[in-house]
Unconditional design. Sequence first.
Length: 199
Amino acid sequence: MEVKLFGVDIVKLYNYNLDKAYNFVKDNTDYLVDIGIDEVKDINFSAVKDIVILLKDGTVLVNGIKRLENIKTLAFMSGLSIFAISNDHVITCLTGNDESYSYINNDNCKYRKIIVTPLVIVALSTNGDIRLFGTLCDQVVDYKLYFDLDDIGYVEENDDIIVIKDGKVFSLFHQHDYSNDKPDVLVEGPLDDLEIIGE
């Protein structure tokens, strides 16, 4: 079933760049009155027709109403889930209300590091444990790799999220065997479809 927002297929809106999204929201709502495009960092549209705007000052507006402050980035997952990640690494879901969202929020837990991809959020707590949210199709997870971790990161050449435990690198979803390798691990920064938010 096609979902439309102001006459445009919602799936098309997911792919709008910032300029196009800004003009679309400006033309169809009053959410951006007195807010110039130079003040807007990101705009996301949800499958249930929510419009989520992140301003450069860290303010998040949901359907024109101020919802949060001190936000670093938005994480968009398939239109059903849009998360706000604060500057102090708290994850808050903006577009849903069920136990899985409460699980990743973990009573406003301040995570040590968060990796965001279009399919999954991997969050490392201050005590070295992992929490996941997202779509894990055809993936294997070893529960021992969820606890007592030193760090998490990403191996770009293999498109692989990794964990570091006792100084050794492991593929979190068992996509690669690093037992005989010393991969080049990224532990911070944005890439095309991935962002690592750290200390």
